[in-house]
Every structure is written in C-alpha cells, then in structure tokens.
Design a protein around this ligand. Structure first.
Ligand SMILES: [Zn+2]
Length: 378
C-alpha cells in the first residue's frame, strides 16, 4: 500500500513537473505568436483558402524532411482536424470535398454545388459577391476540375467539363488562373467561351502571367495557360502557382470591401494517385512556397485570414522507416485512391483561433461565411 502510494506520489510529481514544463512552453509559444492569435479585435476582411488536394499529415510532414527551407506550415499558430466523409461514401472525392468548403453541405461523390437531390445550393462566391466582395480561384489542374469548379458551378457530375466552363463565364468570379483552354475554345457546341468571357468584361490571357506589367485592376482577369491540367513541377511548371497567387493578391486587394481567394495545389493528389513520391513531394513543396506568399501578404495586411487544408488524403501516404533503418525515410503508399484519414487545417490571422479542434469539413464554410457577413453588418 505504502509502496503504491509512494509510486503514486512519484507519478504525481513527475506529471506535475511535465505539466509545469508544458505550461512554460505554452507561455513562451503564446508570447512569440501573440500577434497572430490574440489580436482578434481586427475583423476578417479577406480570406485566402489554400487547398492541398489529397494532402494528409504525412504529405505535410514531407515538407519538413524534403524542403531545404523551413516549412511555411510552421508559421501557423492554430491547427485543427477536419473530418472529410461525404454524404454518400466514407471516403470522399474532390467534388464532394470542395462542395463542403464552397457550400457548407455534405453531398455525394462527384457532385459540384448540388445537394443529394441534385438541386443547386448557393456557393460562398455567390453569397459574398452580393455584398461586394471580390473572388478569385487558382489551380494547377484545369480551372474546370472538381476543386475550383465547386466554387462557381452547379453540376450533378464533375466530368461535365464543357458545361462547367459555360458556368464559369456566367459566374461571379473576378480572377481565375489555371489550365483547361480546350474546354473554352475547342468544344462540341462550337461556342468560343474565351470571346464570351471578354464580352463579360474579362481580360483573358492564354499565353502567360503578366509578371512585368501592371495587372488591369478595372477588369476581371482570366489566365488559361494549358490545354488541360497545368504541367507537373517535375516537367517545368516553374513558378506558376506562386506568381498567380501574387498577381491575384495584387488585383483582388484593390477592392476596399475585401476578397476571397481559393488556391489549389491540385497535383499533390495526382502524385498520390500515381504512388509517385517524387511527383507528390515536388508539388507539396510548390504548395508550401505558395502558402509563404499568402502568409507574407496576410502578415502585412493584418485583416486577412489564411486557412490551409485538404479535401481528403490521397495514397495512404506514409514516411516509413527503410528496411529497419530508422535514420532513413522511405515514402510508401497503401492505396492508389483516397483515404478516410482526417486532414489538418491550419489558420492564421483574425479569428484563426476558431479553427482549433476536430470538426466536419462543412464547418470551414460556416466559419468563413460568418466572418464575411459579421464584418459586413458592422
Ligand atoms: Zn483524387
């Protein structure tokens, strides 16, 4: 009995010791990040939502081991976990996953901007455009691919690319950049959607991003820079994602009412599907660098909330030990498809604190919408 008590005391002492260590650590952490976490007196004017398609925690961890620079993921003071299942399946696809972020509903795999009865549901882009907020989307896939499309389309099947392109022309989007020219100018119905975009007030560029000329602020801008998906990083995509992000931030931030920008690292998912670690990691590092651009902007601005998350994990990716050598990492995959694992959510800026905890993917939409409307009412 005495022995038990003695041990119990030791355990207590040890845990008190660790608790005090933890507390000290926490105090230090909150000191260094006090700007980010506690200056919530500022309201959210702008939101940058970065979606790493197929990016689970092992993918994020890859930036720690394979990126020569310190990972930008380490700049976030708040981290949560998102539950990704769709209405129809335990394991979501990108269409249902992005619809959860864009419209706040769980729907069936393959659906974009429609509910389980295939009825259209409002997107955040439609809702905030009505209160004068500018909107932009950037992806390294074609711009009509599931994730970007969920923000402007209502389509019962994600593969209806030409129909989705038509809906982009008639949407409220002010800035877009990605691939997919062929869905606009090489169509079954022979319509020239590039011309139609111009008639709707867009300046459309199918050659390159105008990095050395000033962007046209008074016009909507569209950049379609590949026939379908953008090239891989391994095939020389270069700085498309970072530069498109800089350009979008310059253009959209000229709106005093605020902006919403969605940026997708689409091909993290494709590297996962291919079980190709080199492909996946090169895309992840490009996405990490893009997060850096968003955070640099937000830190200067002070009224911008940056959220980084994923729609689901792809590949059942793990950074495993290599044949018993614990000093060597061997990236391995357990599936060629998606997995049901929760995905991380990183947040920085006003109201970032609301993103701690475990919640459904739909609550990311609910929080974003409430910040925009709360700001608008005051
Ligand atoms: Zn996928």
């Amino acid at each position: 009995m005495n022995l038990f008590l003695k041990n119990y005391k030791i355990v207590l002492l040890i845990s008190t010791f660790f608790m005090s260590c933890n507390t000290q650590q926490e105090v230090t952490v909150s000191k260094t990040t006090s700007n980010e976490v506690s200056t919530s007196s500022k309201k959210v004017k702008n939101i940058i939502l970065l979606i790493g398609d197929g990016m689970g925690l092992s993918q994020v961890s890859a930036s720690q081991f394979y990126n020569k620079k310190t990972s930008n993921f380490e700049r976030f003071p708040v981290i949560g976990l998102s539950k990704t299942s769709s209405a129809s399946e335990l394991i979501t696809d990108s269409a249902a996953g992005a619809t959860a972020f864009a419209s706040g509903i769980k729907t069936y795999n393959g659906a974009l901007g429609v509910n389980t009865d295939t009825l259209a549901v409002k997107t955040i882009v439609e809702e905030i455009s009505k209160i004068g907020i500018s909107t932009g989307i950037i992806s390294t896939s074609s711009i009509v691919h599931a994730t970007p499309a969920a923000f402007y389309t209502h389509t019962k099947k994600r593969s209806m690319y030409e129909d989705i392109a038509t809906q982009l022309v008639n949407s409220d989007i002010d800035f877009f950049a990605g691939g997919g020219i062929k869905y606009f100018n090489d169509r079954k119905d022979k319509r020239d959607l590039i011309l139609e975009l111009e008639q709707k007030g867009f300046s459309v560029n199918t050659q390159s991003l105008p990095m050395n000329t000033k962007p046209v602020f008074n016009k909507k801008q569209g950049y379609l820079l590949a026939s379908n998906g953008m090239p891989k990083m391994l095939d020389g995509r270069g700085e498309f994602l970072t530069n498109a992000t800089k350009l979008a931030l310059e253009s959209l931030s000229s709106n005093e009412e605020g902006f919403f920008l969605m940026i997708e690292g689409s091909q993290i998912d494709w590297g996962g599907h291919d079980n190709d670690a080199e492909y996946l990691i090169s895309e992840l590092i490009d996405f990490d660098n893009t997060i850096g651009i968003a955070l640099d902007f937000a830190e200067l601005d002070g009224e911008t909330l940056v959220i980084v998350t994923a729609d689901h994990e792809t590949g059942g990716f793990t950074l495993a030990q290599d044949n018993g050598d614990y000093n060597k990492i061997k990236p391995v995959f357990s599936t060629g498809g998606h997995s049901a694992t929760m995905v991380p959510v990183f947040a920085k800026g006003p109201n970032a604190i609301d993103f701690g905890g475990i919640y459904e993917n739909t609550s990311i939409y609910n929080k974003m919408k409430s910040f925009f409307f709360e700001n608008n009412n005051n």
